[in-house]
Design a protein. Structure first.
Length: 331
């Protein structure tokens, strides 16, 4: 089972990826981004959400989903959302993936034995789309401090109570936040869930493999609803995923074009049609799931075989349908 996903989401007032503090100022992670324009190529610096951040939170969501269903094949560290790679000292790749779903899905490297596993789940950076730059602003935050009587302290009271002036006790700091329309892309090689890459004859039972694969897909629903990134306690992203395309196949398939590009749906549709044409795919081997509106309409306009397209109302419904296909097709 191979799953390829791309799409777009509106994200308002997020602070999902920061680069640490300079004094009392916390800046967002930024990257130079190249855009195609009427005047040629232009490059600008934009706030981004790294694939590493998305990967970490996806691992957290998968862990919580499986634990909520009584899953036991999660190591103690991953249960605590401590995603080391990897503190265990097993003898081969299969031991690692048998004992922990996160080592299985997200890979690991044991520097003592040099035993490693490539991640089956891969995320691109979330990037503000080609047609629209994002906007960034810094917000001032502070901790509210009061005297035992419930009053705002004077300088002398703050010094006496906390050994600091009232401004220091309030811990004033600025943190950047951004808003924009972000493109994303994700790839999952779920054919290898619960299976050794180096010796595919070694694999866990099919029931456990399906549970892990479904959790990997369903964990994305949490991600696209805003359960990812830093500062969630005070800047939970105001996110709405507006477009999503997913290609699901029993056989290896190319990645979808990243949602950053203005013509990502057209290019993805052409890629899918070409791939289907070469491999003579049918609905028993591959499906394209797309949200209604631009994604579904363009797929049809580009003559992707309609019997291989499933239109859905929302990105969340799309991922649920992908999980159903994975459950039925994984073997």
């Amino acid at each position: 089972m191979y799953v390829r996903i791309s799409g777009r989401a509106i994200i308002n007032a997020h602070s999902a990826n920061a680069e640490g503090a300079v004094g009392a100022y916390i800046g967002l992670s930024k990257m130079p981004i190249v855009r195609r324009t009427a005047k040629g190529y232009e490059i600008s610096e934009e706030p981004v959400i790294s694939g590493n951040m998305l990967k970490h939170w996806h691992a957290v969501m998968v862990t919580d989903l499986l634990l909520s269903k009584g899953g036991s094949d999660i190591c103690d560290l991953c249960k605590q959302h401590i995603m080391f790679r990897s503190p265990h000292n097993y003898q081969n790749e299969f031991e690692y993936i048998d004992k922990c779903v996160i080592e299985d899905l997200h890979g690991f490297l044991d520097p003592r034995s040099n035993i490693r596993r490539e991640s089956l789940v891969k995320f691109s950076f979330m990037i503000p789309i080609e047609e629209l730059t994002s906007a960034t602003a810094a917000i001032t935050h502070n901790r509210v401090v009061l005297t035992p009587e419930g009053k705002i302290p004077t300088r002398e009271e703050a010094q006496k109570l906390w050994g600091a002036e009232e401004a220091a006790a309030m811990m004033l700091f600025k943190r950047e936040h951004a808003s924009g329309v972000y493109g994303f892309a994700c790839s999952m090689d779920l054919a290898y869930v619960g299976k050794s890459v180096y010796d595919p004859t070694k694999q866990i039972d099919i029931g456990r493999r399906k549970n892990r694969a479904k959790a990997a897909i369903l964990g994305l629903i949490n991600i696209i609803s805003g359960q990812a990134g830093a500062a969630q306690s005070r800047a939970l992203p105001a996110i709405k995923t507006t477009e999503l395309i997913s290609l699901v196949s029993r056989n290896p398939v190319p990645n979808m074009i990243h949602g950053f590009y203005s013509d990502y749906i057209e290019n993805s549709a052409e890629l899918i049609r070409a791939w289907f044409g070469v491999h003579h795919s049918n609905a028993k081997h591959a499906m394209v799931i797309a949200t209604e509106g631009r994604p579904l309409n363009i797929l049809k306009e580009k003559r992707v075989p309609e019997e291989l397209i499933l239109g859905v109302r929302s990105a969340e419904e799309a991922l649920t349908k992908v999980a159903e296909l994975v459950d039925g097709w994984l073997s």
